[in-house]
Design a protein around this ligand. Structure first.
Ligand code: ASP
Length: 606
């Protein structure tokens, strides 16, 4: 028989009682986390989101309450009314904050029962992920999930407060929109009143936030859900949350200051002090030192050691001497054994004919002079691992004909750097127990800037916007838009943390004439541009101030702060890799009538 809550009020939370409360009469409410029946005495760990308190039912003191407590099972919901008592010295539990006290129960109200559970919140071994997502409400009761969701709340709150203090308004933008070109597929919502027409869920509020600048709001932000229909990887969700902001009249550095401000506040909310301003690096330098535009600065940069070798050395090793010879150094890993070298081979992803020499000893034995120079140049200690990534002699510099071949880093060089960059990270991860470079709480932030404006699409033989088509070219490169698009740099920037891109943004185009030139450079005709973004191009013509902004992934930031390895650990109701919600079983087919009303017929996909 269940009891009513009636007008009974909770006086304390289960994690809140301390020795100083001894003697007080209190009312706790929560779940039976665990029950131990010792015959005359029954102990229950009573749990709510703040922790557990041991509550005691003593047959000698109160037989009726004790008898009722015998019916309690895991995850029953109860109210325990009683007196806080200091625990005997030998029963103190130093592992929990309430461990010095217990509640001696005088009245028990059984507020609800629970069926036997598929798994328990207190289980130390985790249920498999499918079960966890199907029974998400139980999974969320676990300490770890309670911690992560609370952390998410604190981080988001700190960001809101900080941005408000920096003069930003939080302004909502619609979810039922026209698609904005962020490069992914849209989720579509059919319109009933305009049959055959669809809204798109926003991939980002990009155009709205720019329009808010045209409207004079000066500084906008929003912690906002965005939707992208992409093939999911471990670190993606079809709906995810961005910290989206835009401001008027900024240089890139001004946007960075704002971001550094709220990130420092967010990290502080999670108990970490971070140093600002963050390091800054040109895209070209990031590529030349790390082979990637989101370098993990905890691992040493690699080094181009091509000039440590005599031309004849390179020739005899069949190395392309016109391309970089990259030495990757991972400290304290040591030379690899033959078996380890075999394990390393599959880690190497060769781009543009790049080759790997994972046995540096062999090269050193053959060319001792070059070997010494390489060690010196790479700053390698005796117990460091050295691996070389090179272009193969046969591959030539095939990138010469590439439209981007005049860039500081040519496409052929880029392939070598990129192969080396991937291997550097893979090696660092594989041997992380040896080098200890990945320390908890070691946060290396970085701004990567001066990205190329355009990327060459080899399939379509045309230039694509590397960020998005509303990104401003660097003022100095404006005259190259038509004549030399490869060399145009964008006023775009990414903020990177330990090898993860947290967010990206740019200074925008605020002049209609420049915007038209960009569309033109992207191979879009005036009509195409007008039909896709006509409203926006028109808005640009009514006194648009210079403006810029950025968007950062909140889920990812919280994931890093929680030390979690999947976004699903910090999103209360996430989707699976197949974009499914296993708890409510979405997506589902819908009733015929619903479809008819929308004028939609479903065709089987062949
Ligand atoms: N809208 C962009 C994105 O979602 C970010 C920005 O440029 O502000 O990636």
């Amino acid at each position: 028989m269940l009891d009513f809550l009636g007008d009974l009020r909770r006086t304390h939370m289960c994690g809140g009682l301390r020795l100083s409360d001894a003697g007080k009469k209190v009312v706790l409410m929560g779940w039976v986390n665990r029950r131990r029946d010792l015959g005359q005495i029954i102990f229950v760990d009573l749990r709510d989101r703040t922790g557990v308190t041991q509550v005691v039912f003593n047959n000698e003191l109160n037989a009726a309450v004790h008898q009722k407590a015998e019916t309690l099972r895991n995850e029953f919901v109860i109210a325990a009314i009683g007196t806080v008592k200091r625990r005997d010295a030998d029963t103190i539990n130093p592992n929990i904050p309430t461990g010095e006290v217990e509640l001696v129960v005088e009245e028990l109200r059984l507020l609800n029962v629970s069926k036997p559970l598929p798994f328990l919140p207190s289980d130390t071994v985790l249920a498999n992920e499918e079960m966890r997502l199907k029974y998400r409400y139980i999974d969320l009761r676990r300490d770890a999930m309670q911690f992560n969701i609370e952390l998410r709340h604190k981080v988001a709150l700190a960001i809101r407060e900080n941005l408000a203090a920096q003069g930003f308004f939080e302004i909502e933008t619609p979810f039922m929109t026209r698609s904005t070109p962020e490069g992914a597929r849209d989720y579509l919502v059919p319109s009933r009143v305009s049959p055959g027409s669809f809204y798109a869920l926003p991939q980002s509020p990009q155009l709205f936030k720019q329009i808010l600048m045209i409207s004079g709001f000066d500084k906008y932000f929003q912690i906002v859900r965005c939707f992208r229909d992409e093939d999911l990887r471990a670190d993606r969700q079809p709906e995810f949350t961005q910290i989206d902001l835009e401001m008027s009249y900024p240089q890139p550095e001004r946007v960075w200051e704002v971001v550094e401000g709220f990130l420092a506040a967010a990290f502080k909310a999670a108990g970490h002090e971070i140093k600002t301003p963050f390091l800054r690096m040109d895209f070209d330098d990031a590529i030349r030192q790390y082979g990637i535009d989101k370098p993990d600065l905890r691992v040493p940069a690699f080094t181009d050691v091509s000039d440590c070798f005599a031309a004849s050395d390179l020739e005899s090793l069949a190395i392309n001497k016109d391309l970089p010879v990259i030495a990757i150094r991972i400290p304290h890993v040591g030379e690899l054994s033959r078996k380890e070298r075999d394990d390393v081979k599959p880690l190497f992803v060769s781009k543009g004919g790049a080759r790997v020499f994972e046995d540096f000893k062999r090269i050193e034995n053959k060319f001792p002079e070059a070997g010494t120079k390489v060690r010196e140049r790479a700053g390698a200690a005796a117990d460091d691992l050295l691996v070389l990534v090179v272009g193969s002699a046969q591959s030539g510099s095939s990138g010469d004909a590439h439209p981007a071949s005049r860039r500081k880093v040519t496409p052929a060089e880029m392939a070598i750097y990129a192969s080396a960059g991937l291997l550097r990270v893979a090696l660092a991860q594989k041997y992380s127990d040896r080098h200890k470079l990945f320390q908890k709480g070691d946060y290396r932030f970085l701004w990567v800037t001066n990205f190329p404006m355009f990327e060459w699409d080899e399939g379509d033989k045309r230039w694509n916007a590397a960020h998005h088509p509303f990104t401003s070219p660097n003022d100095e490169d404006m005259d190259k838009l038509e004549s030399d698009p490869a060399m145009v740099r964008a006023l775009a920037y990414d903020v990177v943390l330990n090898g993860t891109e947290l967010g990206s943004g740019s200074i925008r185009i605020h002049r209609q004439d420049v915007q038209s030139r960009i569309f033109h450079a992207l191979g879009m005709t005036e009509e195409e541009a007008r039909s896709r973004f006509g409203f926006f191009l028109e808005a640009l013509e009514y006194g648009t101030p210079p403006h810029g902004g950025i968007a950062l992934g909140l889920d990812r930031i919280v994931m890093i702060l929680a030390g979690a390895d999947s976004l699903r650990e910090v999103i209360p109701f996430p989707k699976t890799a197949a974009a499914k919600d296993l708890m409510m079983e979405a997506p589902t087919p819908v009733a015929e009538g619903q479809l008819r009303e929308l004028g939609i017929g479903v065709v089987k996909k062949i």
